[in-house]
Each structure stands twice: as C-alpha cells, then as structure tokens.
Design a protein around this ligand. Structure first.
Ligand SMILES: [Cu+2]
Length: 381
C-alpha cells in the first residue's frame, strides 16, 4: 500500500505536470500598462441632434450619409471596458470568439489546472510526511503495479481529451470567419499604425500615440490613447488584413481576443465582430524596436450611421452609395459608355474629327506598329 502511494506521487509529479503547462499556454495576458481608470466620462454616442458631418474634412460625397447619419464625435472610454483596470485575469470580452475563449479559460482550464496542482502538491506532502526516513527505516522495494500504471496513463489522456475538444473547436471558429462586412488594412510601422479602408474609397489614417497631457485632457488612459482611431460599425464582421512596412509588429486587442503578427511582405488575416459600441485599447505585441511600447491601438465601435458619417468626414464613401456627382475620368469613358460601333476604317485612316470611340477602334483593330504612330500624329492635329 505504501509503495502504491509512492508510485502515484511520482507519477502525478511527472505525468500530470505537462498537462498543466500546456493548459497555461492558452492563457493570454492582458495588455501591460495599467492606466488610471479615472476616465469616467459620459458614456457613448450622441445620435442625430447635431447636424450631420460637422467634423471638417472633405465634403460629403454621399447622399445616404446625409440622410442617415448622426455626426461622428469621438466617444469616451468606459472604465473596465477595453482597457486594463487593475483586476486580475482576462479583460472582459466583447466578441463571440472572445467570450468563448474566456469561458474556456475561466471555466475549464483554470479549474483543471488548479485541481491538478493541488492534487500533486497534496501527494507530495503526503509522501514527505508518511514515508520519511525515520518512519521507514527499511524501504519497500516495489517496482511494478499494473493497476496503477493503467490509471496514471488513462486519467491524463482523458483530461487531455476533455481539454482538446473545446480547444480545437475554438481554434476552428477563429479560422473560419463569417463573410466580412468591412475590410480594414492594418500596417505596422516603426512606431505607429496606419489603417486603410479599401471598401470605403481606400482612404488611409496614420495613428500615433497621444502625449500624456493630451490623453489626460481627453479623459483617455495614458500610453494607450491615439490621435486617429480605427473606427468600425457595431455588429459588423470586420476583416483585418495585417502587414508591416518595416519590422515585425503585432496587432493585439485583448478585449476582442484578437492578436495577429504584422510581417513585412506578408498579408495576415484575422477578424472580429463587436456589438457593443465603445472605445477599446490594445498595443503592439511584438518587440519591434525602441518605441515598441509607444504604438498603441484604439478601435472605436460606433453605430452604423455614425460610421457612415465618420467615413464621410475622412473623405471616404460607403460601398453601394451614389458616386460623387463631380466629373471623373470614367464618366465619359467609351469603355464605361460604349457608343454604337463605328464603321471599321483602317486605323491609319481614322478621321481626326471622329468623336470618342477612336481608341476603341484602335484597340480592336490593332494596327501595325508603324502605322500606330501615324494615327496618333493625325489625332494630335
Ligand atoms: Cu510594433
């Protein structure tokens, strides 16, 4: 019996320890800097009452914006939302993936890790006391016990299976995003971020950290506030295309359970979907040089109408909106508005006064190179 306990103790120490270590890998530490959580300012957005598009920049090119939007005004952070607030453990999660992952960590991994650690510690203490040398002048020479060997093999396997099922499910869900409603290209730079919105006229923002005094003035946490936020609509699936212009950075947003390396020359993809409007803070999470600690990330989630107003204030457009009325390169293009087919003439003979479709004719009849110059010189007249 004594031997049995001894063996169990040793097995527990060696066999189960890796389980605990593995489980720990899944924990994600919250962002480092603890801000003073005194920023209890009026919560979120102001709808409608203000005239749309007050916030400077380019003129609204977009009729739907004028109809639907409240003006965009930068929202104020809420204590404990999207930023560290001195509590232990993970930040509150605001994405479906984050909620699932936090549940996995808090309800499954932590209890299992704790139980294993306490069990192993108890066995060790028992062995130390019960089998100390003075109490056992003649040690047992047992080397083998089939039953206990089966148990110490099977139990860890079962524990790993119980952990693996939700773990793999979560991993699969992270890598099978729903169809994106919005794409934002995120580029890491030494030492700031740029965000471009290819779906919205491809405008680009440069996002730098605010100095301490300015952050305090705006009621935002020190070392986390930025001048230009990444603004996204609430309830939308946002696809992030993450890359870097220089060295490896990492886009990390603890409250979204989102972390993705930004690697020069490579496009990485991740996504998030946040329903609750608010201001969320993150940081670069790859040691990227001298000012690595000073390139924070701010994502502001706003109601869709405000997002449209914000896009317009940046000179962008909403997908599907009417194009700007101003004449542009494509408005009179023979390709966009094909004219009835012109009589096919030898390209060289194309009349200088023939209107628009000359280039179409040229393109379809492909004149020999020697004559193309001739046609062009004629047209120039
Ligand atoms: Cu960085």
């Amino acid at each position: 019996m004594n031997a049995l306990f001894k063996i169990v103790a040793i097995a527990a120490a060696f066999g189960l320890a890796p389980t605990a270590a593995m489980a720990q890998d899944n924990a994600t530490a919250p962002a480092a800097t603890a801000p003073d959580a005194n920023a209890a300012l009026p919560a979120q957005p102001q709808e409608a009452s203000t005239p749309p598009l007050a916030s400077g920049g380019a003129a609204p090119s977009d009729a739907t914006v004028a109809k639907t939007a409240g003006a965009y005004k930068p929202g104020a952070p809420a204590p404990g939302v999207g930023q560290p607030d001195g509590r232990m453990g993970l930040q509150d999660q605001f994405t479906p993936i984050g909620e699932e992952a936090a549940w996995f960590h808090n309800q499954l991994l932590l209890p299992v890790i704790t139980a294993i650690s306490i069990f192993v510690l108890a066995l060790l203490l028992y062995v130390i006391v019960r089998f100390r040398r003075t109490a056992n002048p003649v040690p047992s020479r047992t080397t083998h016990n089939t039953a206990i060997e089966v148990i110490w093999t099977l139990v860890p396997v079962l524990i790993l299976v119980v952990l693996a099922v939700p773990s793999i499910k979560l991993l699969a869900r992270q890598y099978s995003p729903p169809a994106a409603d919005l794409t934002v290209k995120v580029t890491g730079n030494q030492w700031y971020w740029t965000y471009s919105y290819p779906d919205n006229g491809d405008f680009e923002l440069v996002s730098n950290m605010l100095p301490d005094e300015e952050a305090a003035k705006r009621g935002e946490p020190r070392l986390l506030a930025v001048d230009e936020r990444m603004v996204v609509p609430a309830g939308a699936t946002v696809k992030l295309i993450v890359t870097s212009a220089d060295v490896i950075h990492a886009f990390a947003m603890p409250a979204f359970w989102t972390k993705m390396d930004a690697v020069p020359g490579r496009l990485n993809e991740t996504w998030f979907k946040v329903d609750k409007p608010g201001v969320y803070y993150g940081q670069c999470s790859e040691l990227c040089g001298a000012r690595h600690a000073y390139m924070p990330i701010v994502v502001e989630v706003v109601p869709p109408a405000q997002f449209a107003a914000w896009v317009a204030s940046k000179g962008g457009t909403m997908p599907g909106a009417a194009k700007p009325a101003s004449p542009d390169a494509t408005a009179n293009s023979p390709i966009a508005n094909p004219a009835p087919a012109a009589p096919t003439v030898g390209a060289g003979e194309a009349d200088a006064t023939t209107p628009a479709p000359t280039n179409v004719v040229e393109a379809t009849t492909t004149p020999p190179v020697s004559r193309q110059g001739e046609a062009e010189s004629k047209r120039g007249n």
